[in-house]
Design a protein around this ligand. Structure first.
Ligand code: CUA
Length: 309
């Protein structure tokens, strides 16, 4: 995917931020050209050389000093007004009376999204296109920062304090997100995506996520389901129909529906097996222990997880 999210806004909020950025950039560029031009002119025109007399001195000119102060003051006032206007437009209201449409929690080092119907997912947040969602941002352990450059402002995810942002876009598509506050060893590994889809598709998705996955009929997947409980994977990872309330590790509910593992790896059986075999090889520092599974148990577990439709 091309890395141009900052200059490709896909929501009214991101567009407002981008517009503010470009206006400030242009204003700053004009000021820079004027100041640098005058300095250059002064250096060249009045440099020490034969025939150059001392330039005319106007030290103590009240009129000049007033102009020098008024112009920067005006610039600062303009910047202040346009910034405050953009902030007011971009920010979601801090309204405890309105319940959020989804709750996003930053954890070391992944993102959890919970929906009012009980659906829970990790690192792949779905939203309906053309609908404005109120997202509550929280920190699960340390301070993280939720940032999807194409869709919204950054928002700190602070433990014990709820913050709110709007999440909306008219464009169906997948948008890259990342953590923007240093939060530990895998800060840079806190990648995630926001998937905006047509309302019908989203409704079907969120309803499906809340439903239990079908029980494996037999074979390795059924054995894997047993190992998932017996080896205590279920103590940390949510799975629909097993438990949805644990948040120590990323939700694995309907894992087979996701395109990515850990927000960056293609969701394939091989990558899943790699992860389980050596959890520290892909995201060093993450809190998952090596369960030291036998080859047979690993195969069964992967079959179970890869089948969580
Ligand atoms: Cu989480 Cu940086």
């Amino acid at each position: 995917m091309p890395f141009v999210p900052v200059i490709s806004p896909q929501s009214p909020q991101a567009l407002a931020i981008f517009s503010l950025f470009t206006h400030v950039l242009i204003l700053s560029a004009v000021i820079f050209v004027i100041v640098a031009g005058l300095v250059t002119y002064g250096i060249v025109r009045y440099r020490a050389r034969a025939g150059n007399a001392e330039p005319r001195q106007d030290f103590g000119s009240r009129r000049m000093e007033t102009i020098w102060m008024a112009i920067p003051l005006l610039v600062v006032v303009v910047l202040f007004v346009v910034t405050v206007r953009t902030m007011a437009f971009v920010d979601a209201p801090l309204d405890p009376g309105r319940s959020p449409d989804l709750i996003v929690t930053g954890r070391q080092w992944w993102w959890e999204a919970r929906y009012p119907n009980g659906a829970v997912t990790a690192n792949e947040i779905h939203i309906p296109a053309s609908t404005r969602l109120l997202a509550r941002i929280e920190g699960g352990d340390v301070i993280h920062d939720f940032w999807v450059p194409q869709l919204a402002r950054k928002m700190d995810a602070v433990p014990g304090r709820a913050s709110y942002i709007w999440l909306e876009t008219d464009a169906a598509g997948t948008f890259q997100g990342t953590c923007s506050e240093f939060c530990g060893m895998q800060h840079a590994g806190m990648r995630f995506v926001v998937v905006a889809q047509p309302q019908g598709d989203f409704s079907a998705w969120v309803q499906h996520q809340a439903e239990p996955s079908p029980e494996p009929a037999g074979g390795p997947a059924a054995e894997g389901a047993r190992i998932f409980i017996q080896d205590k994977c279920s103590d940390c990872h949510a799975v629909s129909g097993v438990t949805l309330n644990v948040s120590r590790g990323p939700s694995l509910a309907h894992l087979a529906d996701r395109k990515l593992l850990g927000g960056e790896l293609p969701n394939t059986a091989e990558n899943l097996a790699r992860w389980i075999t050596n959890p520290q090889s892909i995201k060093p520092g993450n809190h998952m222990p090596d369960q030291k599974l036998s080859v047979g148990d690993l195969r069964a577990l992967v079959a179970y997880l890869a089948g969580l439709q």
